[in-house]
Design a protein around this ligand. Structure first.
Ligand SMILES: Nc1ncnc2c1ncn2[C@@H]1O[C@H](COP(=O)(O)OP(=O)(O)O)[C@@H](O)[C@H]1O
Ligand SMILES: [Mg+2]
Length: 399
């Protein structure tokens, strides 16, 4: 007799209090559309810009996000317990009283798939909640997610692992508020013009600017400090092209995708990345938009030996930060000098980099299945790890 396994319920978390909110909605819709229906049931958990959580079937339709207020009004506001009694239950919140509506269970999930780009999701915060609730979740753990979100900390880690990265100068908002003139003078000297100014913990090119002179520097700093409490300034790599490579796996079991060259003039902007509407190939069912529709060349038009070195370095970077799941490692490559630096790691890349994996022979549905299987394997390992011990510390030494 054969028993048919129940499909796993996958809690797909997206949106959140992040400047990349909309991009996350697209990534989540693409993932939900590509999830193998015989094995997984997607349970959408939309985190609104207010931070409130909602669930319900209407959240599965991308066009409903054109009118967020109506969509939210038609959805069920939920929360979950932050302790191991949670069991993945999404509990209804009584909107009028702002309290849990008894113990009403609106939905339940077996494994969480955080698909929030940027703050309050990609940065270890959601991951921390799933740890507290002892639930399996896809992708990076708390430490590696937090590390990669912070461009300063991730570069320090990569440098320590012998991986080439740019030098940068960090400035705090507090210092900027008190000594703007001195900050501008120092940055004009080091890194000097032309430079790039960027928020320390953001993504999607938001708040990033190429700066050629003192006036532009002031404007760029004012913008970047609107998004973060510290910024980085670094020398512009004007002779470089951008090459990205995705890495999938965990621990020593990792593989690299083919490389892509995103095509732009100057700084790769939010619009270049998500709104260009180029005819990307992509999965048949996945909605358009997101990283999938931006302009790129796959495989990147670089030599085989450079491709190999970039893939090796991408995997080494992934291991150095202790990543898990799917990450995209972004490089600045100088073909003239045959050299490169790692610019940044994205542990929740736009569209989960599925277009790079499809070009590498792994379809989106298989990529998702692999992410979920890895989440469950890690959880099993954690369950087998001791997290509390019996001691007489509080009860007094036994006689
Ligand atoms: N030092 C640099 N030299 C040249 N271009 C850069 C540099 N830093 C950033 N850029 C450009 O700006 C874009 C966004 O910067 P990035 O560091 O990737 O931040 P984000 O996390 O917002 O993607 C990059 O894709 C690239 O086009
Ligand atoms: Mg980037």
């Amino acid at each position: 007799m054969t028993t048919v396994a129940e499909p796993l319920r996958v809690g797909v978390f997206f949106g959140s209090r992040s400047v990349e909110h909309e991009v996350s909605v697209i990534t989540a819709q693409q993932a939900i559309a590509a999830m193998p229906a015989d094995r997984f049931v997607p349970v959408p958990v939309y985190i609104a810009k207010s931070g409130a959580w909602y669930t319900g079937d209407q959240l599965l339709q991308l066009d409903r996000y054109k009118d967020i207020d109506r969509l939210i009004a038609a959805s069920t506001r939920v929360t979950m317990r932050p302790d191991p009694s949670s069991g993945g239950e999404l509990l209804e919140v009584d909107g009028r009283r702002g309290l849990l509506g008894g113990s009403a269970r609106a939905a339940r999930f077996d494994v969480a798939m955080p698909l929030v780009h940027g703050s309050n999701g990609e940065d270890g915060t959601l991951q921390g909640l799933f740890e507290l609730a002892a639930l399996p979740y896809c992708g990076c753990d708390v430490a590696s997610a937090a590390l990669s979100m912070d461009k300063r900390l991730s570069r320090t880690t990569l440098r320590g692992a012998g991986i080439p990265v740019l030098d940068d100068v960090m400035v705090s908002r507090e210092r900027w508020q008190h000594e703007a003139d001195a900050v501008c003078t120092e940055l004009a000297r080091q890194p000097g013009f032309p430079m790039y100014v960027k928020p320390r913990r953001l993504g999607s090119s938001i708040g990033v600017a190429r700066v050629d002179d003192g006036d532009a520097l002031r404007t760029a700093l004012a913008v970047a400090f609107g998004y973060d409490t510290s910024i980085l300034a670094e020398a512009a790599q004007d002779e470089s092209i951008e090459i990205n490579c995705s890495v999938l796996g965990a621990g020593d079991d990792v593989r690299a995708s083919v490389c892509e060259q995103p095509v732009t003039r100057g700084t790769l902007s939010y619009a270049d990345k998500y709104l260009s509407g180029a005819k990307g190939k992509g999965g048949a069912k996945a909605p358009a938009g997101g990283m999938k529709s931006s302009q790129r060349i796959i495989p990147a038009p670089i030599s085989e030996s450079l491709t190999n070195r970039i893939q090796e370095t991408a995997m080494a970077s992934f291991r150095a930060i202790g990543a898990a799941g799917v990450t995209r490692v972004d490089f600045l490559v100088s073909p003239a000098s045959d050299s490169f630096v790692v610019n940044e790691l994205n542990t929740l890349p736009g569209s989960l980099s599925f277009y790079l994996w499809e070009a590498s022979g792994l379809h989106f549905d298989a990529l998702l299945a692999r992410l979920i299987e890895m989440a469950i394997a890690r959880h099993r390992e954690q369950q087998a790890t001791t997290s509390s011990i019996d001691t007489w510390l509080l009860t007094g030494r036994p006689a």
